[in-house]
Design a protein around this ligand. Structure first.
Ligand code: BGC
Length: 672
């Protein structure tokens, strides 16, 4: 956000501010309405009144934010308003699919629309900024936060970044500021273990991990949050080279840096600072403006000043940026701006739910459909709905959904009952989600035997992914595996529906033993509705995997864009790049996803035979829907540089387009 026009007012304020008031502007505190980090604390109202707080997270509601804002404006000497932030990662009140799911829709327009609604609901809740979008490229399903990412590909990540920034910061009175996080390469935490160390080559950093952030900066992102992790021993909260020299000086980032939760104080635990004063000085010199819940600036900067580790001019730079951000938000003109947005009317609420339904449908990936078991169009037979996720209202909402209403969420069984008015539905959970047996596997087996077809709803609880959700073995819990065996053994057709925050490693017999595999992820408020629509053919699935799905844990990390090896895998050659005990191929590849109709894609036609530096190559293909149902196809344009001065990935995604076609119709699809 530009500080043009505010400078004189900021100068005047700065001249009048005490050190404590300045440090207060750099101090962000949390309430305990929801807990997103260690140490549960209530909102420190006395500190707010004393001017020792500049912003608040995890506090929402028009009336609630108004009351706290009043303290800052009326009680403090200078009356500087607060701003309120919250993690609106996949929806505020209306919950959309987790980002990993939404990425599978491969549709920037949809990504922007859901961010726009999330922003409006945030603004209605008195919020000014979201700590989203999360732009970490992730290739390791052990890492629980893969759920919050747009997947494994930097090009997709960059398109996602642009769409989300446009959606959140849309310029309307219902817009909110956005925060690109977690800068950078957090998805590379060692062996998928949360908060662990990162080592990354310069090439991977620049070609894979930085591009989504660069895209967000080009789109005018208001804030960036550094990652908890380090790179080669230098924690990101102390990384001046990347935060300031690359992002601010080279890319031209004009916004604010907000630390992650206690990320500055954590520099002591990282072992690069002896105490809070050193930690605060390192972060300040790196370029971080706001200290979220670390109290390192408030407590450490006075000592750092005394020791000469920082000077007042450096502190003033950050205070100036924070004040400029507040001016840019319009808070000095109307501190209660966000509290005045108003509540949505019934029609608007309905539109939002419809968007949640559309995004959940468009994010659900059909990965197997033998013998056309789907769609289930004959609704007169008997249907067994089995599994701990068949009626799981809360879990469908996913990991960042503190305000999503579980009782307004439609479960799979709820919705299938509506689609199955003439048939018989039998429902049994059969197993618990993440703990031992609940003894009802036998009951599930009886139900599976008694029905024409089983819909087996397995996966994770919402707490099994997201932050601090790393799993050394990202597969189905043992009780669910036993349940699956019992249902498959019943010998009737089985449709496996997976609700999860990551690609789950599945045994071969399970994937081979079921007739269909539908990956619904955590699809938000309308997950059950979307799944039922797909199972019964009211919606033709179109999503494609935005992440490679491993067949074995030992293949992780795995992604499509690997470089060629000098000794490609060859089953007949011992000295080749393979495993002795596992295939090299993933279970499902990046971009995989089926439809109920069939498409053919013609040969690519290039608009020029030769490409010179600075020129743009146009590529087009003919796409035809050769089936009998309307459907949407995703066309991917991958390149491979066959001979280059360094070895290039076997495939690099350069463009994607979606094209919707009626039955037996065709169209040309062009790259630009
Ligand atoms: C997470 C961030 C989040 C912050 C505030 C941290 O633990 O890493 O993604 O924005 O908490 O809730």
């Amino acid at each position: 956000m530009s500080d043009d026009g505010f400078n004189a007012r900021i100068d005047a304020l700065l001249a009048d501010m005490t050190l404590t008031e300045k440090l207060g502007q750099l101090n962000m505190v949390s309430s305990d309405l929801t807990v997103t980090g260690p140490g549960k604390r209530g909102l420190p109202l006395a500190d707010i009144s004393a001017g020792r707080v500049g912003s608040v997270l995890n506090w929402w509601g028009a009336e609630e934010t108004r009351a706290v804002q009043r303290r800052a404006v009326e009680d403090t000497r200078l009356g500087i308003p607060l701003f309120f932030g919250f993690d609106i990662v996949h929806g505020q009140r209306t919950i959309f699919p987790i980002p990993l799911a939404e990425a599978c829709a491969f549709d920037p327009v949809l990504w922007e629309q859901t961010a726009r609604v999330a922003a409006a609901e945030g603004a209605e809740d008195g919020l000014h900024i979201t700590f989203a979008p999360m732009l970490d490229v992730a290739r390791d399903p052990r890492w629980g936060r893969i759920a919050e990412t747009p997947g494994e590909d930097p090009f997709v990540g960059a398109q996602f970044a642009r769409a989300k920034v446009r959606g959140f910061q849309n310029g309307s009175p219902c817009a909110i500021a956005a925060t690109a996080k977690h800068f950078v390469a957090y998805g590379l935490v060692n062996a998928g273990r949360e908060y662990a160390q990162v080592d990354v080559s310069d090439r991977a950093l620049h070609e894979v991990y930085l591009p989504p952030f660069h895209a967000a900066v080009s789109e005018g992102i208001a804030a960036i949050m550094p990652a908890f992790s380090d790179i080669a021993g230098l924690p990101m909260h102390a990384n001046r080279k990347l935060l300031t020299e690359v992002v601010r000086d080279r890319w031209g980032f004009k916004g604010i840096y907000i630390s992650d939760y206690a990320g500055i104080a954590d520099l002591v635990s990282h072992g690069v600072a002896a105490d809070l004063a050193e930690a605060a000085a390192l972060a300040m010199l790196a370029g971080i403006d706001i200290d979220m819940m670390g109290f390192a600036y408030l407590k450490g900067l006075p000592a750092a000043l005394e020791r000469g580790l920082v000077n007042m001019t450096q502190i003033d730079v950050s205070v100036r940026r924070v004040l400029a951000f507040k001016f840019g938000l319009g808070l000095f003109d109307d501190p209660y701006r966000a509290c005045n947005v108003g509540r949505p009317n019934t029609q608007r609420k309905r539109d939002r739910r419809f968007l949640a339904l559309e995004s959940a449908r468009r994010s659900t990936v059909l990965l197997k459909n033998d013998n056309h078991v789907l769609p289930m169009t004959d609704s007169t037979g008997s249907l067994a709905i089995i599994g701990p996720l068949a009626d799981a209202h809360h879990d469908m909402l996913g990991p960042w959904s503190a305000l999503g209403e579980a009782d307004e969420t439609i479960s799979i069984v709820d919705r299938l009952r509506l689609h199955w008015p003439h048939g018989r539905i039998m429902h049994v959970a059969g197993a618990r989600l993440d703990s031992g047996d609940d003894g009802s596997i036998r009951a599930a087996s009886v139900v599976a035997h008694a029905c024409d077809i089983s819909v087996l709803c397995l996966g994770e609880s919402r707490h099994m992914s997201g932050e601090a959700g790393s799993r050394a073995d990202p597969s189905l819990p043992a009780a669910q595996i036993r349940l699956a065996r019992a249902v498959i053994d019943a010998g009737r057709p089985v449709v496996l529906v997976l609700c999860c925050g990551r690609p789950l490693v599945l045994p071969d017999w399970l994937v081979d033993g079921v007739d269909a595999v539908v990956v619904a992820w955590f699809g938000g408020s309308e997950t059950g509705h979307a799944i039922a629509d797909i199972l019964t053919g009211s919606f033709n699935p179109s999503a494609r995997l935005a992440v490679t799905w491993p067949a074995q844990v030992g293949q992780i990390p795995i992604w499509y864009g690997m470089r060629p090896t000098g000794r490609p895998a060859d089953p007949n050659e011992l000295y080749s790049s393979k495993y002795l005990d596992s295939p090299v191929e993933p279970r499902f590849v990046f971009g995989e996803g089926m439809s109920f109709t069939s498409f053919t894609i013609g040969e690519p036609v290039l608009d020029r035979p030769e490409l010179r530096v600075g020129e743009c190559l146009g590529v087009s293909v003919d796409v035809a829907n050769t089936g009998s149902m309307r459907g949407r196809s995703t066309i991917f344009l991958f390149l491979h540089d066959a001979v280059a001065s360094i070895s290039r990935p076997m495939l690099e995604l350069k463009a994607f387009r979606q094209i919707e076609l009626g039955p037996e119709s065709a169209r040309k699809c062009a790259s630009s």
